[in-house]
Each structure stands twice: as C-alpha cells, then as structure tokens.
Design a protein around this ligand. Sequence first.
Ligand code: SF4
Length: 233
Amino acid sequence: MIKLRGFLETSFLDWDGKVSCVVFVPNCNYNCPFCSNWLLVHEPDSLPEVPLERIAAFIKERADFLDGVVVTGGEPTVHPDLPALLKRFKELGVLVKLDTNGTNPSMLAKLIEQKLVDYFAMDIKAPLNDKYAAAAGAKVDLDNIRTSIKLIMDSGVDYEFRTTVIPNLLGLPEIAEIARTIAGAKKYALQQFVPAHSLIKEMQKLDPHPAETLQEMAKIARQSVPNTIVRGV
Ligand code: SF4
C-alpha cells in the first residue's frame, strides 16, 4: 500500500462546500517550479509516514462531521495501488475527491470504472502547447492531458479543472486558450500564485498578477466555461 506522508484532519478549503480531511500521497512525475508541496515530491522520506489505519479510525470517529476525504499529493496516480487506497476510503462511507495532474488517463479510467471517485480536480498547467513543459518542469505527453480532460468530462463524476496563474507564463491569451480547450466544462478555477510556496528562489521573487487581472481572466474564460471562479485573491 502507498506510504502516506501527511494528514490534515479538517479542511474547509480543499473541497468547495464540503468539510473534508486531506491525505497527502508522495512522489510526482512533474517538477512544477511553483509546487507548494515540494517536500512530498523531492524528499518524501523526510516526512513521517501516517498509517492508513490511523486515518481510517479518524474518519470512522468523525463520520457525522466529515463529508469526504481529499486525496492529494504529490501526484496520486503515479501509484499503481491507488485504487486499493480509494476503495478503503469508500468502504468507510465517505466521499472521495482526487487531485490529479492528468498525466495518467488509464488510471483515471480505472477509477471511474470502479466508481472510486466522487470529485476530480485536474490541474491544467498551461495551454496545450510548448508552454506546458515549462509550467510542469518536465517532459509532458499532451495527448495524455487531452485524454484525461475528455475522460473526466464524459465520466458522469463531478469535477473541476484548475490553473495556478503563474505570472511569467500565463496571461490573458493563455487563460483564454485553456478555457477554450475545456469549453463546456462544469467548473474552472483560476488559482492565485503564492510566491512564498515555491521551491525555486527566482519564483519567490515573482509578483503575482493583481486580483483585478485574475478577475479579468475569469471574465474571458467564462465565454467558454460559464462557471469560472477565482481562488486565493
Ligand atoms: S503536479 Fe502538483 S505535486 Fe507535482 S510538482 Fe506540480 S504542483 Fe507539485
């Protein structure tokens, strides 16, 4: 089973409208320069393991209070035994939200088929062109991203797509292009970039776009995805 490397008992922020607990899964196949969970990605063994049964006991104890569990990372889909982990949570009777970077559509298909996820939040880092690799800090198979978008939109499972608006890579034209790629999606969230969370010193010096710019981007994105929201401003 996956060695879990973090657990937040109560969150009102990680799943809109729900009270959740958050489980942190280590490792990732990206190396985003703005990653806020970089210890999980680069030095997971430096974090203490949280036993799954401790989390399960907490969920059972708080069943009346908790709506669901958010499984985040790192990138959970790099672990072949992710379905077993999510099954354990479903058996406890809670809803499951999965955060993913969308690089593993075959895992997403498996999870959809086995009805193990109640909500997907998939990152779209940049327009689906050569900017994507810069935003992800890694080589990216854009066909996998396209396949994951389609799978999630056709899945019948609730979802959102989301983009952290990195000021040196993403402006109005880029956000408009991403929104066109996911036209007709249920929800799109633009997330404010937080320099202090970044691992890379140059990124820490970047000024985020002003709140008004994010609102302007959202206005343009709504032409393709009417339910576009802004977070973190
Ligand atoms: S995909 Fe997420 S966890 Fe992975 S490096 Fe990027 S921001 Fe960090």
